[in-house]
Every structure is written in structure tokens, then in C-alpha cells.
Design a protein around this ligand. Sequence first.
Ligand code: CA
Length: 239
Amino acid sequence: MMTMRVLVIEDEQKMADLIKRGLEEEGMEVETAYDGDSGVELGKTGRHDLIILDLGLPGRDGLAVSRHLRDAGIKTPILILTAQDSTEMKVRGLDSGADDYLTKPFAFAEMLARLRALLRRTQTEDTTRLQIGDLSLNLINRRVSRGGSEAQLTNKEFALLEFFMRHPDQILSRETLSEKVWEETFDTLTNVIDVYINYLRNKIDRQYEPKLIHTVRGIGYMFKTPQMPSRMVAESKAS
Ligand code: CA
């Protein structure tokens, strides 16, 4: 089973660390941000399955964080934490693009139940879309975007990207790609694949970080799921 990755954006460090420990005990991987700006930075990487967002944050508040992430094309489910038990704040939270809310103080078991429900909802709804990091590919309208900006792909580039996204973190030989994407054996024409990879990199990878398409020398390519760099966690704690 894939490890769930959760981002906790909460300025009360004790609360943030408590949530982090609790979720880690459930086998989840957790990153924390103690203010809105670093929360946006981490959230925009798109590498989380869930975001827990406190509304009252210094600087950019929770509502602004949620709106900013949605405007950037990030679809990660957001659970809002609010101390205010007012209907207005809940409505504003949901209007900002969040998916659910929880009023403080809350029982940890209830938070877990809400998170699981959010995950189930997005997993069943999302059979039409592939998402890896901040890259998303819509199988219905065939739109592709990275970091919120749309990329125009040809049919062959789209097919190649779809194949990559369905087989992340696997070494894919040029032979495999020619058979599965071109449905032909290229033999002497394997450089056609390199040409298409180059087109694809120019459209969805070259100007972004981290790189998703990696060359595996002498063999082919690997489409890598972005990892959580511990460096970024440390930086967000320092700020
Ligand atoms: Ca707060």
C-alpha cells in the first residue's frame, strides 16, 4: 500500500507536532509548516494526499492559503481546522476550496475518520485524472497541466505521458515504450523515442523542479514520483 503523505499547516507548534505524531503512528508520512507562506510553498509541490489547514495563521491566513493552492491548480483535499465554531467561518472555508472542516478542540479519532472519508471521496471521484506531484493529466478532456499552467501536447506526447504516469518509479526501456506507446517495434528507430521524450520534457519538465522524467543510461527512462526532501521540512520549521 502507498504511504499517505499529509501536510499539516498549523502555527501552534504543539498542536502541529501532536497531529504529526498521531498521523505517523497511523503509518502516514507528515510534513509540517508553521505559517501560511511555507504552507503554500509545500502545498504547491502537489506531493501530498491530504492537507490539514489551520485557519488562524500569521501572515497569509488559512483561507488565503486554500484559495492560493486552488488557484495554482492543486486539487489535494483540504481539511480545515477552525477554533471558531461559527457557521460563517465554515462556509468561508469551504468557499475557499477546502473540502471539510473540523472545529477545535477535536478528538483525534474524529480527525482520522474525516481524513479517511476525504481520501475515499477523492479516490473514487478521480478515475478520470492522473496526478503526480503538481502534474495532472485529465483523461476525459485531455488537458495536461503542471504547477497550474496548461501544456499543449500532441496525441503521441499525451500517450507517452499517460504511460509514464501509469508506471511511475519503474525503469521503462525504449523497447517497452515503443511497444506500448507506439505499438510497434522500432529496433533501429529507438531514437524516435528520445526525440519525443525531448518534446515532452520541454513542455512539462524542463522549466520545473523537481524533474519527473529521468534518463536511465543505456536502458531508457524513469518517471519519478517527487520525494519529500527532508531539507524543506527543516526549512519550514526554522521559519
Ligand atoms: Ca492558529
